[in-house]
Design a protein around this ligand. Structure first.
Ligand code: SAM
Ligand code: SF4
Ligand code: SF4
Length: 378
């Protein structure tokens, strides 16, 4: 039998060494998935979201993400030809959309450092779901370039945006970003995003005990009534370099209690199945906040996210140690069906639930091997 007559063998040959072993779906299984417009993993979680890391570089050195002692001048970032091109990213996103992906988040590293990012947004904005809807397209950024870029991003088709900001106190923020970047410049970036109509705007604050927990209520006060939704994220043990300890985590329940003491909150329903943030509304109508309890209340049961790394590997969990290489496959001339079959097979064999089974032992066991968030995208 020739190679082209055996698609399974061909696909396996195309997946490069080091890729996680996944049986590609057969042609029949692939057709069934395409008809259903959904692919489910072993825990009946549908593939629904794709996070795309467009660069592994960043102009910040947040101590919990890219600590300077690891990501210093000697650190070897990916060379340009290792990065997926915009055409490759768009092709992968288009195939994913045919398999049920409806939401795309661009991230990194710092995604706005990728040259010509608005062109990629334009390309992704042109994609459609099988039922003809546009994809929900968003971006997570540290906000440092928004004054310059917000207009171009919006004009290219970006709908909304998430800006990370860990404190309103300059000394605290600078000590966390570790490059002396001032709070005022991120706030200007948020204003610029608002002015061009990127909405809703969300602000991500990673809370670390003893570092910025004193800023929790200040942040709520600053954004209450503005329409900006602050989301408090529990510090996670992602990657192998951030020296995570459970003692550093401020449980979301504590965050909600602190804000509620200042201005009472009530819980509200998720907007959609699989929403990561738990939503709380000010009882006096001042808007809402969100908490992301990745550590204290794992949400693996509804985790529908795949992550595409800067160099084209798919990771089915933020805490994974290996990814499956699609870049080499694309560069070796694989057809759309070959790529879809491998993605379907990978997703159908997915068992990930790291946060549900996290213990001191699993944390330690994986600590040295987990990939960095700046590479697979937060
Ligand atoms: N550079 C962009 C930014 O900071 O928004 C996008 C990439 S960053 C990896 C995405 C998000 O992950 C940010 O909101 C960041 O605060 C969050 N993050 C990074 N490391 C984290 C950790 N150890 N625990 C929780 N969140 C983390
Ligand atoms: Fe850069 Fe974002 Fe990581 Fe901070 S959290 S170092 S801004 S990628
Ligand atoms: Fe999803 Fe993995 Fe996080 Fe669980 S630990 S919510 S499976 S990314």
């Amino acid at each position: 039998m020739g190679e082209s007559a055996n698609p399974t063998r061909k696909i396996i040959a195309l997946a490069v060494a080091g890729a996680r072993a996944a049986e590609p779906a057969t042609r029949d299984a692939l057709s069934a998935v395409k008809l259903a417009e959904r692919v489910y993993d072993t825990r009946t979680r549908a593939l629904h979201d794709l996070r795309i890391s467009v660069t592994d570089r960043c102009n910040f050195r947040c101590t919990y993400c890219m600590p300077k002692d690891v990501f210093g001048p000697g650190y070897k970032f990916l060379p340009h030809d290792a990065l997926l091109s915009f055409e490759e990213i768009t092709r992968f996103a288009r195939i994913s959309a045919q398999l049920g992906v409806e939401k795309i988040r661009l991230t990194g590293g710092e995604p706005t450092l990728r040259r010509d990012l608005p062109r990629l947004i334009e390309m992704l904005d042109a994609l459609k779901t099988p039922s003809g809807h546009a994809l929900d397209l968003t971006l997570t950024t540290n906000g440092s370039t928004l004054v310059k870029q917000a207009r171009a991003l919006k004009d290219a088709g970006l709908q909304r945006i998430t800006v990370s900001l860990d404190s309103l106190d300059d000394a605290t923020f600078k000590s966390m970003n570790d490059v002396d970047f001032p709070v005022a410049d991120v706030l200007k970036g948020i204003e610029a995003a608002h002015a061009v109509g990127l909405a809703p705007i969300k602000v991500n604050m990673v809370v670390k005990r003893g570092v910025n927990d004193q800023s929790i209520v200040d942040m709520a006060k600053h954004f209450k009534g503005t329409g900006v939704v602050v989301r408090y994220i529990e510090f996670m043990d992602v990657g192998a370099t951030n020296g995570w300890r459970m003692d550093d985590v401020v449980p979301s329940a504590e965050v909600v209690r602190a804000i509620s003491t200042w201005s009472p909150l009530e819980a509200i329903d998720a907007q959609y199945e699989g929403e990561v943030a738990e939503r709380w509304r000010y009882k006096d109508g001042g808007g809402e906040i969100g908490v992301i309890s990745s550590v204290t209340q794992a949400f693996c049961k509804t985790c529908t996210r795949a992550r595409l790394s800067t160099d084209g590997k798919i990771f089915t969990c933020l805490f994974a140690t290996d990814g499956t290489d699609f870049r080499q496959m694309m560069r070796n001339g694989a057809s759309d069906d070959d790529i879809a079959a491998l993605l379907v097979g990978l997703w159908q064999s997915r068992t990930d639930r790291y946060s549900e089974i996290r213990t001191a032992a699993t944390t330690l066991e994986r600590q040295a091997r987990k990939v960095e968030m700046s590479y697979i995208g937060g």
